[in-house]
Design a protein around this ligand. Sequence first.
Ligand code: CP3
Length: 366
Amino acid sequence: MLVPTTHPLQAGLTAESTLISAYRGIRPATTPVWFMRQAGRSLPEYRELRVGTEMLQACLTPELASEITLQPVRRHAVDAGIFFSDIVVPLKLVGVDVSIVPGRGPVMGKAVRTAADVAELVANDPAQLDSALGPIIDAVARTVAELGTTPLIGFAGAPFTLAAYLVEGGPSKDHIRARTMMHSDPESWAALMAWTAEITGRFLRAQVLAGASAAQLFDSWAGSLSPDDYARHVAPASARVLEFVRDLTFTLPDGTTEARVPVVHFGVGTGEILPQMRDVGADVVGIDYRTRLDEGIRRLGGNVPVQGNIDPAMLAAPWAVLEAHVREVHRRGLDAPAHVMNLGHGVPPETDPAVLTRVVELVHSL
Ligand code: CP3
């Protein structure tokens, strides 16, 4: 299905941007760069805007969400905006008792631990999310109107990462309870994953239809899974999420070629499951800093565009050290059909924003 005619991809604004070209596997003249968690606590203008507003409240206030999305684009001249929201926003919108505790992350009012807990959760009809997505659609529309030729990336959390929060009740180290449930009660687990896929898939599709030019699925905690558990207990639900956007296409400015809206899939510590993460339906795979970029590219068969993987710890190192690292990541990325420079995970809150701006300038000069 073609995205609406007013969509930035279909209107020819972002279709040939460096980011979308790279995501489609066509290497642009300059390497595009953006940073996971570029919108947020590393920016003083963000901290100022957030005073007195809770995280999820900010996500659901379109003027705020849009302004926060635009801040790093203006400041750093990155090649993409990432929509300011959170992976738990769709849960909140269907009535799940969740809040984001500063310095900690998403915390549930009640953990989903038993078969009865799962049954109660999944009794909540995912379709009711459609009528609650207004603030998200509004925020995306406002944002792309300002971004012009800079593409916006929409995103969602993958079912496993969301389930890791739902089952544990909050952040956890190895997600033991979630990983136990998939073995001790595979039926409840499957029901939980299927429901979560319907929720998060709707959230992702709404962002793309409202104007996002690419979609990124974050399975941040998938690196805690064995390849067998990923294949059996997680991959089918992630594939289902991507079905929500895989039918969305746009016409290239040549007027004849139709292309799919690109999809990126990323997780932390997922070096052992990179091909599986592509196979659920991604065009581009994000690689974290624990896997050498050229090795990740090799594991993916050498024909998949990649995104990554500056070590966030390097952002606080002396410039000469960081510069050498960025140049090395860039060189390693040449083994792929195309490479989008990014971090191996999010921007640490204490990062000096001037360093990020300098990294963008460096990447564009390479
Ligand atoms: O700039 C961007 O990347 C866009 C916005 C964005 C946020 N969360 C805003 C946010 C994105 C893409 C996310 C995704 C997200 N949320 C993920 C996947 C990406 C990843 O980093 O692995 C995950 C696992 C979450 C869950 C979550 N929400 C965590 C772990 C935290 C951080 C907790 C903390 O305070 O250290 C949050 C809160 C959150 N999400 C903040 C922001 C800007 C911090 C809120 C604040 O200002 O206090």
